[in-house]
Design a protein around this ligand. Structure first.
Ligand code: FEO
Length: 390
């Protein structure tokens, strides 16, 4: 795909990665992704904002074939999907300077082998004149690495945000409009990548409130030509609002844990509590992460394997702990064969979830009437706690 104009002096560049299905060998990409770079031509100087994943750098280099000189490459973020083609771009333009935050400098040298002499660091609020266009750099740390920043182009009222507000979507649509698909993809992106940094992202959002822009141009997914929708979504996701929802990741080996999960789910619904269950051998972890964005409670359902939780539950609990969602309450349910230490082991896996543990319902073998009664009591407790949510 050729470069596409956003404004007379601003072009989208980059690559759409239609076939990628996994990021970091961990995160599912059901809709592929894109790596957006942007070319800004001032009356005197030209800058490229971000690059692409090195696997698709030839596409970027082909787009740059019509660009005779480049003065600056702006690196908002040192991760490879945006910075990976920087060495190739710097090799093509030997006079170009690489502009980044002081924290990014070492990362770009360490991760990409960039020559430190080519790097020019910028402080928060610094500007760089391209002639009749100006780049203003705003440090926005921890979205989602420590070195991240965004760039404001005041003359065009565009904010270039790299990962911030991004969405993993492969599409030929240049603009997001208010499409539902993009909001879902952006929530998935937030849940998987940004949620652990919710507090600092809230501060970065507040910082952007004073910046005048009409367009947000991220480096994944379409450009937000109506940015209020994504800004409002982020404001909600990082807020203290918690939904009357229970998330139940579980697995069942012989059906007993599944029966317990279904009983609890029905009991919750009867009590006016929303619930979603995720069978971990088939679930999309991205869907689970989305559900965790604003749920109040997690109930982990596991059978016992060699005294501990099933390995897939182990993995999901570790992930939930790492994502640090807003959860306020947790419980564990499941069955075991002859003995279990699942509760002790699972509790040790979620130290970063600042939750009140509402209890555990475990049964030896098949769930019986007393098991179902204990699940009903757990549903009562959850409903009572949720009735106190603001
Ligand atoms: Fe899209 Fe953190 O890289």
């Amino acid at each position: 795909m050729k470069a596409r104009p956003i404004r007379e002096r601003v072009h989208w560049m980059g690559a759409v990665d239609w076939n990628r299905r996994l990021f970091d060998s961990l995160i599912p990409l059901p809709d592929g992704t894109s790596y957006n770079a942007y070319l800004v031509r001032g009356s005197q100087k030209t800058a490229l904002l971000d690059t692409v994943d090195p696997t698709l750098q030839d596409e970027l280099l082909a787009q740059l074939a019509d660009v005779p000189s480049l003065d600056y490459v702006i690196a908002h973020h040192a991760e490879q999907d945006h910075a990976g083609a920087i060495p190739a771009v710097l090799a093509k333009y030997p006079a170009a300077r690489l502009v980044c935050t002081p924290k990014a400098q070492g990362l770009l040298v360490d991760h990409l082998g960039v020559d430190a002499d080519r790097i020019q660091t910028v402080a928060d609020g610094d500007t760089l004149s391209l002639g009749d266009r100006t780049l203003r750099f705003l440090h926005t740390p921890w979205v989602h690495w420590p070195e991240t920043m965004v760039t404001h182009l005041p003359e065009e009222r565009i904010l270039f945000t790299c990962d911030f507000f991004g969405s993993h979507v492969a599409t030929t649509d240049l603009y997001a409009g208010t499409g539902e698909r993009i909001c879902e993809a952006a929530k998935r992106y937030y849940a998987e990548i940004m949620m652990p940094f919710r507090g600092v992202i809230r501060k970065n959002l507040a910082k952007l409130e004073g910046v005048a822009f009409d367009v947000i141009a991220p480096s994944h997914g379409p450009i937000y030509d109506q940015p209020e929708c994504i800004l409002n979504a982020y404001r909600d996701w990082v807020s203290e609002r918690i939904a009357n929802q229970v998330v139940i990741p579980y697995i069942s080996m012989h059906g007993s844990t599944a029966r317990m999960v279904d009983h609890l789910l029905g009991a919750l619904v009867e009590r006016g509590v929303g619930a979603q269950k995720f069978e971990l051998s088939v679930t999309d972890l991205g869907k689970l992460a989305i559900a965790l964005v604003d749920a109040a409670t997690i109930v982990i359902g596991t059978p016992t394997v060699h005294l501990g939780p099933h390995p897939l539950v182990y993995s999901a609990a570790h992930l939930a702990n790492a994502l640090r969602p807003k959860l306020k309450y947790a419980a564990i349910i499941g069955s075991y064969g002859w003995n279990t230490k699942s509760v002790e082991q699972l509790s040790g896996l979620i130290p970063d979830l600042k939750v009140e543990v509402l209890g555990a319902v475990l049964c030896k073998g098949l769930p019986r009437s007393e098991t179902l009664a204990a699940l009903d009591a757990l549903a009562d407790t959850i409903a009572a706690r949720h009735s106190q949510l603001a």
